[in-house]
Design a protein around this ligand. Structure first.
Ligand SMILES: *Cc1c(COP(=O)(O)O)cnc(C)c1O
Length: 221
């Protein structure tokens, strides 16, 4: 089996190549290693290989494994990429260095309160339901301006937009749309692109790519 270090080097060189083609600087794209479902023993080799930015999709799962990992790697950075319930806002603000799933007004309030309480400012990405899918999380495109307005009024630190395009269709138009929405709303960050499509996302302006399977192998089973 390939080592974590080999897989990481491979992904990093593919990111560099996509940046080169797009005329962008490799350091303008952050690789977030999505470590959900993988335990500390699986994550440690990537930390040892130098990867520092990780993503989890469940607050409770992250609470179970990251405090120990951070003792050994205090400079590790942890992003929440999954849905957040308002009653977990305090825990999320305490544990994470960025949250990619702000998607509704009630969460604006909960996060503002949690950040005030913790005295900590956690950069936020607003998740957009880019394919207008009924079952999917994310703010409907039509409601984005109002949500951003509320977040700005609450003085939340807005880092950018995030999306997960519909499965099974060409993702490029959705990445292009997220890029345009970010530009129209004066936001820097574009969190888009996963194992199967991060190079396309980089060509279309991704600043943060979220790669799980290509770094860790298949989840579950
Ligand atoms: C799991 C997950 C990823 C990573 O997906 P892979 O296809 O394994 O790279 C990225 N973003 C989110 C929001 C996820 O839940």
């Amino acid at each position: 089996m390939e080592s974590a270090a080999t897989r990481l080097a491979d992904i990093e060189s593919r990111i560099a190549q996509a940046c080169k083609i797009a005329g962008r600087k490799a350091e303008d794209v952050t690789l977030i290693a999505i470590s959900k479902t993988h335990d500390g023993d699986a994550i440690t080799p990537l930390l040892e290989a130098g990867q520092r930015v990780f993503g989890e999709n469940r607050v409770q799962e992250a609470q179970g494994k990251w405090p120990q990992l951070r003792e050994r790697f205090p400079d590790a950075e942890l992003h929440l990429v999954g849905q957040l319930q308002s009653n977990k806002a305090d825990d999320a603000v305490e544990l994470f260095d960025a949250i990619h799933s702000l998607d509704r007004p009630s969460l604006v309030k909960a996060l503002a309160r949690a950040m005030d309480k913790a005295g900590k400012r956690v950069p936020l990405f607003v998740q957009v339901n880019i394919g207008a899918e009924d079952q999917k999380g994310g703010c409907p495109i039509g409601e984005l301006p109002a949500l951003l307005e509320q977040a700005r009024e609450a003085e939340l630190p807005l880092a950018g937009l995030m999306c997960v395009p519909p499965l099974g269709i060409e993702p490029a138009p959705f990445f292009a749309l997220l890029d345009k929405l970010a530009a129209d709303n004066g936001l820097e960050g574009r969190s888009m692109g996963m194992s199967g499509d991060f190079e396309t996302a980089i060509m279309l302006g991704a600043t943060h790519v979220r790669v799980g399977t290509a770094l860790f192998g298949k989840r579950g089973g």
